[in-house]
Ligand binder design. Structure first.
Ligand code: ZN
Length: 266
């Protein structure tokens, strides 16, 4: 028993130590603080298109999902608001949702953007600057227009390489060059990152913090709360499935039900 307690103690210390290394903004929270703090649903889309591409969701389904969120009291927020909400600098609405898209596909502009605009929904696109203007990807004009109309543009690295396979100096340039390219084209600050393919480790997260990002998103399944690491933020992936709408409702509910058990993310 004593051995077990000692082990838990050491594990906790280790976790707190590593956590502090890469995230100085959020100190270790108690289970109670996490339970009472904000709960943020972060959805992760890729394509919105009439195709059976595994990354795509049908425009009709996307429209239905956005209407569901609005009709059920979810309030779309930006990455800055999520950040400020977790830091205790901003009071978030009771049901905040961050809607994100990875890769910057052209259909985000052609199919998703008109739906988002018609419902007054803010969203975030993680763009790969080296892919901009290529076939099936957004152009700088489209990105610029959306950026001025409620869509936050953030970084998905310069070339979408698997970061864990790169040496440190290349990880740094992937993270920094994409940030600078976006900032130069848009004239706005780019402070958030989504890891390509969602893969990351503490070392990569540390570099993201070191080069100036304020937070980074993964595809680690779950909701964001005070127990989240700012450089390993959870998201709920939404893809086209056999029963897309049923899966969508279940995935949103899953987030709420695990919170009721007071499960704490490490
Ligand atoms: Zn991607």
């Amino acid at each position: 028993m004593i051995k077990k307690i000692l082990l838990i103690f050491i594990l906790t210390l280790t976790t707190i130590f590593i956590g502090n290394e890469i995230d100085k903004k959020i100190s270790a929270q108690t289970v109670e603080e996490v339970a009472q703090g904000p709960k943020i649903l972060v959805l992760n889309y890729h394509q919105v298109a009439n195709s059976f591409n595994p990354l795509a969701i049908l425009p009709n389904d996307f429209s239905e999902q956005m209407s569901y969120l609005i009709n059920n009291g979810y309030i779309p927020i930006t990455p800055e608001e999520l950040d400020a909400g977790l830091a205790g600098e901003l009071e978030l609405p009771p049901k905040p949702v961050l809607i994100t898209f990875d890769d910057g596909y052209a259909d985000n502009y052609n199919n998703a953007y008109p739906i988002l605009r018609s419902l007054g929904i803010r969203a975030t696109i993680f763009v790969i600057p080296a892919f901009v203007g290529k076939k099936n990807y957004l152009t700088w004009e489209q990105i610029s227009e959306m950026s001025q109309n409620g869509i936050s543009i953030e970084s998905h690295t310069m070339n979408h390489y698997k970061l864990e396979e790169l040496p440190d100096d290349e990880i740094r340039s992937e993270l920094l060059n994409s940030k600078f390219a976006l900032e130069e084209h848009l004239g706005t600050a780019v402070n958030y990152l989504a890891y390509p393919t969602g893969t990351y480790n503490l070392h990569i997260a540390g570099i993201a913090a070191e080069v100036g990002y304020k937070g980074a998103y993964t595809i680690k399944y779950g909701g964001v709360d005070l127990g989240s690491n700012m450089y390993a933020l959870e998201r709920i992936p939404i893809f086209q499935t056999e029963n897309t709408m049923k899966d969508f409702y279940e995935r949103i509910q899953y987030r709420q039900s695990f919170e009721e058990f007071g499960w704490r993310k490490m």
